[in-house]
Design a protein around this ligand. Sequence first.
Ligand code: SF4
Length: 519
Amino acid sequence: MHASTQQGGGTGHLVNIDAVMQQVAEHKGCGTTGGSGKASCGSSAGQNDLPPEIWEKVKNHPCYSEEAHHHYARMHVAVAPACNIQCNYCNRKYDCANESRPGVVSERLTPEQAARKVLAVASTIPQMTVLGIAGPGDPLANPAKTFKTFELIAQTAPDIKLCLSTNGLALPDYVDEIARYNIDHVTITINMVDPEIGAKIYPWVFWEHKRYTGVEAARLLTERQLRGLEMLTERGILCKVNSVMIPGVNDQHLVEVNRAVKSRGAFLHNIMPLISAPEHGTVFGLTGQRGPTAQELKALQDACEGEMNMMRHCRQCRADAVGLLGEDRSAEFTTEKIMEMEVNYDLEGRKAYQALVEEERVAKVAAKVEELAGLDGADADISLLVAVATKGSGLINEHFGHAKEFQVYELSAKGAKFVGHRRVDLYCQGGYGDEDSLATVIRAINDCHAVFVAKIGGCPKADLTAAGIEPVEQYAHEFIEKSAIAWFKNYLAKVASGAVTHAPRGDAAIRQGALIVAA
Ligand code: SF4
């Protein structure tokens, strides 16, 4: 099936990626906060690409820096139960789908409980560098609880970065408060800048004691979101914009959203897939509105990636998530457990641990740079995807059967670029392999040429090979990017010698009419 006519799910909608690409070609320009220059923004940008003051803000923030997310953890505290708008993808019995996986928030906390939890987590996980308030409602619809929590944390854990996620309706009223508490990372969920489209996403908004519906509600929302964004970036606060991609509703329109937020100084745009299932009880779930495929999402992200980088490593975390992105250790920090814990907030110890993390990170970058040198003169026409099983630290350190997700890298003459992750069912079910899960895994990564793992059993290895995906174990416990580039150089050498014929896989293969091995 061609990407531009991909059809699926309940809506029967046709995604015209070619049209999207054309729209994007017309808009370029950096949206970096504070006018810091064209090449200076983006989630994959490194120390040499960014002004020092921006680098300081993003270097150990797992959401604002793709590279940092391998090493640093974040946590959310659920102190904000109320919300001032209704989204068709959200059911507040569950975590808000724009910032979290659907699943009930285990506990709602008071600001005092939240502050204790932050100290408990910071004592146990020294690489936890970011505290965010993301719900389960809207933090700015609960301003007293939200700012009290930030105040307590700023007093007791001064090295932790403070983040806030909001739907933006109340944002213009709280920008000064946000600046006063040194909350220097704000996420605004902006799904549209056209009220007609907005009316399909938001049934109502509640503002100044009045409920608004339809186009009027969406117009009010978009005006206040964009004004809030401008006010924040004028004050030098880094802003990320989250957009939920809803096929047939706002997918093509998100290019226009990208243009609007870029011109107002947003640092990063995070386009996320709609999560929609009937059991979540959301309007979209109950009406059969489908989410995008991984390939559709990537195509839109690629199309929007001009000089403003796209966040591609978002895990749509729960509003009470704890740990590295992609893992959730919140069960270790329930209120009952943290009340019993000995909390020892050791600022110097945290700094020392993070210095070790930085050493590892520097070594990883150096290894990648060294390996990259050998790619000079590589065939610029060949690019392909590989999947990686990892538990973090930028290493290939997960067993194939234990992987709950695979990270996907695009390899080309430019090197290895992180382009997303694919969630999968666990193949290994306590000692035996689940064949249904294996089929799901293969389907999830069937546009990849290889899968890098720490270890893999004989059966899945044979099935992956039969599906045309090379299982690669030889780089177990080594750095991902260095290993991927080394493997790619070897692949290019085989292509050059005629031992292998390069053919695109998955969606790229479909686009180019190539034959692929189906999972
Ligand atoms: S939802 Fe996305 S942006 Fe928010 S903490 Fe999780 S990974 Fe970061």
